[in-house]
Write a new protein. Structure first.
Length: 318
């Protein structure tokens, strides 16, 4: 029961609820632009038992692995990912709902992929699993484009997990962007350590210095120069020392016309004190205090796009 409760807490994480955990408000979106998604190679597999079939397709764009899951079976009517509401509007964990995901790269070697995340894509019988790969070594990252991925999906009420094995295929190369200057104020110092643009995502890695609790409570909204906000795919925040935090942020794909990005760090406002529920405005959006001094501008158009598509360093002629 304790293990299930922990898994359920992951499923229930949402913008307002995150305040109780001392975490910044995030938009938990896993959708990407359909045009970019269609350009990727996908492998589709399935596993069936207990009168239920689980199907999956895997995509790897150089930044992360995205797995689309779908469920078929007449005995299960609740949500595949997240909680289901009963007739009174009360949430419960239905049978056939995901309660655990284990992911491993089995070729070459055995590499467990950390902290898989799963969320609903709006359809009761569909879910998205996100596997971040930024923490892998350079050698491990290089092998991803031709790896075999195995995931074990545990569904509530079904004893045996569903096992799906994919042969990953990468379309295109995540191009590196020239890093912007360090930003700091009297409380924080933010260094951008990596910006990588893939077919369906943008990955931004930050090294943040400051009191760990305060640094991890920072949120980040990212906009392009056209005023479009990039939707979150996932976030990994790890305390590396007593006074520094490593942030690995994944966002949806860039629009083709984007010339630069702006990272807008903020601190969410709580209803009371420094913990608990977040304060929301009349539209139900979390109230945020943005820090103009820590804003980071990342130019995109002055980087060597063609060179990076070929895997060459920025600034080197092809």
């Amino acid at each position: 029961m304790e293990k299930m409760t922990k898994k359920w807490s992951v499923i229930l994480s949402a913008a307002v609820c995150l305040g109780a955990l001392g975490m910044p408000a995030l938009t938990q979106a896993a959708s990407v632009q359909p045009a970019a998604e269609a350009s990727l190679n996908t492998t589709k597999v399935a596993d069936s038992h207990d009168q239920l079939t689980l199907k999956g397709s895997a995509q790897f764009d150089g930044n992360y692995i995205k797995i689309d899951l779908s469920r078929e079976g007449s005995l299960f009517s609740g949500m595949l990912a997240g909680v289901t509401l009963n007739d009174k509007g009360e949430p419960y964990l239905a049978e056939g709902t995901i309660v655990g995901v284990d992911a491993k790269l089995t070729q070459p070697g055995d590499i467990d992929l950390k902290t898989p995340r799963w969320i609903s894509d709006g359809d009761a019988n569909k879910a998205v699993v996100v596997l971040q790969t930024g923490w892998l070594t350079e050698q491990q990252k290089a092998s991803l484009a031709s790896s075999e991925l195995s995931i074990h999906v545990k569904l509530n009420g079904i004893e045996a997990p569903y096992v799906l094995k994919f042969s990953l295929k990468q379309a295109g190369v995540a191009r590196s962007i020239q890093l912007p200057a360090l930003k700091k104020d009297n409380q924080f110092e933010i260094k951008t350590t990596r910006v990588a643009v893939g077919e369906t995502s943008v990955r931004i890695a930050l090294a943040v210095k400051g009191t760990v609790n305060q640094a991890q409570a920072l949120g980040y909204d990212i906009y392009d120069n056209l005023g479009n906000e990039l939707e979150y795919i996932a976030r990994e925040s790890v305390a590396t020392t007593q006074n520094s935090v490593s942030e690995d942020l994944l966002f949806e794909a860039l629009r083709p016309a984007a010339e630069y990005l702006i990272i807008r760090p903020y601190q969410a406002v709580f209803e009371k004190g420094t913990a608990g529920a977040y304060k929301v405005d009349a539209e139900g959006k979390v109230v945020k205090n943005y820090n103009k001094q820590l804003e980071i501008k990342i130019p995109l158009k002055n980087n060597c796009y063609r060179c990076n598509r070929r895997g060459l360093p920025v600034g080197r002629k092809a």
